[in-house]
Design a protein around this ligand. Structure first.
Ligand code: SF4
Length: 296
């Protein structure tokens, strides 16, 4: 169990075992490619080990840090305090407290693009990544290039160990058709676990008004699933707020939004929505599934 620090700016994780010399866990988690920031290497933390799940082809171990009740309570207090803060102030708080062990995951939706525009002013060295399932729309990947051009922030692509071709061959066809929960787990959740091992906190673009499952999203919380502090600087923004900011500042966005796609994920599991439909109605349409498992 990690020891929480309840005041000041001291890190909340206590040092644990020193990694072996020449071993960089951040690079190991990144398929041995360099990661930014370099200081994300050399993780030392108090971890509980949980097994990888479901797909024997990618069997492995993920480590997930645990938090003490005091740390969880402290985060809840911070969340209440930040409820009236601006999104920029929330990000500033996160950067001051956790950078460089602070990261942001984005599906390159409108909210993510807004947060990147803020990080470009607050701390452009924050490591931003995208879970590249192999099933993303070409427009989404092209948006990544436009973001890099405008803000100088290169959204890193974090991929599953198996390519789409390998994954489908191993499973007798597209898993999204037969078991989308497993597909999301293998192509997204497992990858986030791998990345999470190198950070203490992550930011997401989720908003309370996106869906009933997100209605109670706190600004800051302990994310037990990934062993990270989870920060949602846009939790109390509305969809209108997001688009107003995009239009006011000329923030790049996915052109598919102009074609009725209000929420964009992987192409096999996303359709445009009709008039009056819920914002996320086009995700996993026709099934009971509403979330990929990153936020539940
Ligand atoms: Fe697979 Fe669909 Fe989940 Fe993408 S959204 S990982 S294609 S089930």
């Amino acid at each position: 169990m990690a020891t929480a620090t309840l005041s000041g700016t001291e890190p909340m994780s206590e040092p644990a075992e020193k990694p072996p010399e020449n071993f960089c866990p951040a690079m190991a988690a990144n398929n041995n490619r360099p990661v930014r920031p370099e200081s994300a290497c050399g993780s030392s933390r108090n971890c509980a080990t949980v097994p990888g799940q479901t797909n024997s082809s990618t069997a492995g171990q993920h480590t997930v840090r645990t938090a003490s009740p005091e740390e969880i309570q402290w985060l809840a207090e911070q969340s209440r305090r930040l409820e009236s803060a601006t999104a920029e102030e929330i990000l500033q708080w996160a950067v001051e407290r956790y950078f460089p062990r602070f990261t942001m995951a984005t599906g390159l939706g409108p909210e993510g693009c807004v947060i990147i525009s803020m990080l470009a002013k607050i701390e452009p060295r924050v490591y931003v990544f995208n879970l590249d399932t192999g099933y993303q729309f070409p427009e989404t990947l092209a948006l990544r290039e436009r973001i890099a051009e405008k803000y100088g922030i290169v959204v890193d692509l974090q991929r599953p160990e198996l390519s789409v071709q390998q994954y489908e061959a191993l499973n007798g066809g597209p898993v999204y058709k037969t078991d989308p929960d497993r597909c999301c787990f293998d192509r997204k959740v497992r990858v986030l676990h791998r990345v999470a091992a190198n950070f203490d906190a992550w930011a997401t673009g989720i908003r309370r008004d996106q869906s009933p499952t997100r209605a109670n999203t706190p600004i800051v919380k302990w994310d037990a699933k990934f062993g990270l502090v989870k920060i949602s600087p846009l939790a109390n923004w509305t969809r209108k707020d997001v688009w107003r900011r995009i239009m006011e500042e000329g923030i790049p966005y996915n052109p598919l939004h102009d074609q009725g796609y209000t929420s964009i994920g992987c192409w096999p599991c996303t359709r445009p929505v009709g008039e009056g439909e819920d914002e996320r109605a086009g995700r996993w349409s026709g099934t009971a599934k509403t979330e990929c498992g990153l936020h539940t």
